[in-house]
Ligand binder design. Structure first.
Ligand SMILES: [Zn+2]
Length: 157
């Protein structure tokens, strides 16, 4: 899902359980639960775009996520807890980025046989996470995210 969606749910989790360890681990876990909901994000169809563009948009998504999280929960949740929970909710995607940044390209969908260990590791993480990923097209894939975030907001109120 979009990092912004992950951040908002992490904020709601942090606001609900003020315990840092619980908030951070639940936020991390929420990433996989949310990614199982069919969704659209900037990783979808990235091969149709320039890498630099996808990268910039991904960074903006992270910044918007932290920003909106701060706007909504900044008054009620201690900031270190809020930012730690938001970061935890994004970590699974950050771990996937080495594969995109350093190894994948528009032709290459998996490492070559003689690829080095870092490349195979990066690909392994990417593959593992994509087991949880359910994708769907824009705009339906954005609506599913709004519904998911709203669901967690109600659940954690
Ligand atoms: Zn993800």
């Amino acid at each position: 899902m979009l990092e912004t969606s992950h951040a908002l749910v992490a904020g709601a989790i942090a606001g609900h359980t003020k315990d840092p360890a619980t908030a951070v681990s639940l936020s991390f876990l929420s990433h996989f639960i949310m990614d199982a909901v069919p969704h659209w994000d900037f990783g979808t169809n990235w091969r149709g775009r320039r890498k630099l563009y996808t990268g910039l948009v991904a960074i903006i998504d992270v910044i918007v996520g932290f920003g909106l999280g701060y706007l909504i929960f900044g008054q009620t949740v201690p900031l270190p807890l809020l930012f730690a929970a938001i970061a935890a909710s994004m970590i699974p995607d950050w771990l996937e980025t080495p594969w995109y940044i350093f190894f994948a390209n528009h032709q290459k969908k998996q490492p070559a046989k003689q690829a080095g260990f870092p490349e195979k590791l990066a690909f392994g993480i990417y593959k593992l996470e994509n087991q949880f990923h359910n994708k769907t097209k824009f705009p339906l894939g954005v609506i599913t995210q709004i519904v998911t975030v709203a669901f967690f907001f109600v659940l954690l109120k």
